[in-house]
Design a protein around this ligand. Structure first.
Ligand code: ADP
Ligand code: MG
Length: 240
């Protein structure tokens, strides 16, 4: 579903991605971890073309993201992305947050979009909050709305960039539970996170990055029981 092939990226003189290759098969969950500044956010944003690259090839669901002729807005419409800071529209109600892109980008009627949006809002356990504004919700609730909003677009894959790292500890679980449910339902997911409990539970593979390189790309069990690189061992020792 997602193919990243020998991708390199520089900001000016500084190389932030170095010859990165990995794949995410349909229905698989790949967790990307590694120290701060190692290139995780940059890598995941290359997948929907939010970060252009100078070298290499990226394909999602048969569409070549790195081809200049590719319609990126159209591609992004089918890849859900959830960020650290929720990024809901603050001036719109939860319901309008859920329907806006469905109407504007997918051309659904307001009725269709509402029906669909509320179905996913129900799925993340927040149907009763449809008339509220983002600021009236907790961080965990806002992030669940952001996930519901992405799902309402019928994405072929979901990208998550540290979706729980801005949350108070007591709210992390409710967001991870939603993500575990998605994984178990067969969603193709690429997840930057340091939540290793989540990774152990649902990840098929772990990609470990350091200094812009993919240092390890292993089956999750193998990664946790016997990481190959010294850097990954140190990293795991620190966060577990
Ligand atoms: P991570 O998500 O693993 O913490 P990032 O992908 O955010 O890492 O960043 C990787 C490297 O790229 C870091 O060294 C960071 O300072 C650098 N970087 C990120 N964005 C920019 C930018 N817009 N301009 C220059 N350097 C950047
Ligand atoms: Mg990051």
């Amino acid at each position: 579903m997602i193919e990243i092939d020998r991708v390199s990226k520089w900001y000016g003189e500084v190389q932030v991605l170095a010859d990165c290759s990995t794949q995410v098969a349909r229905g698989d969950v790949v967790v990307v971890c590694g120290p701060s500044g190692s290139g995780k956010s940059t890598l995941i944003k290359t997948v929907n073309g939010l970060e252009p690259v100078q070298q290499g090839l990226i394909r999602v669901d048969g569409v070549t993201v790195t081809d200049r002729k590719t319609d990126l807005p159209q591609l992004r419409a089918k890849i859900g992305m959830v960020f650290q800071n929720f990024e809901l529209f603050p001036h719109l109600s939860v319901r309008d947050n859920l329907t806006l892109a469905q109407i504007k980008v997918l051309g659904r009627t307001k009725g269709e979009a509402t029906e669909r949006g509320l179905r996913y809002l129900d799925r993340v356990g927040l149907l009763a909050h449809q008339d509220k504004f983002p600021a009236q919700l907790s961080g965990g609730q806002q992030q669940r709305v952001a996930i519901a909003r992405a799902l309402a677009m019928d994405p072929v894959a979901m990208l998550f960039d540290e979706p729980t790292s801005a949350l108070d500890p007591e709210m992390i679980g409710e967001v991870l539970d939603v993500m575990v449910g998605l994984a178990q339902d067969g969603m193709t997911m690429m997840v930057v996170t340091h939540e290793m409990g989540f990774a152990r539970k649902v990840a098929d593979r772990i990609v470990f990055m350091d200094h812009g390189r993919i240092v390890e790309d292993s089956q999750a069990d193998a990664f946790f029981s016997a990481p190959r690189s010294e850097r990954a061992r140190e990293f795991l020792a620190k966060i577990i």
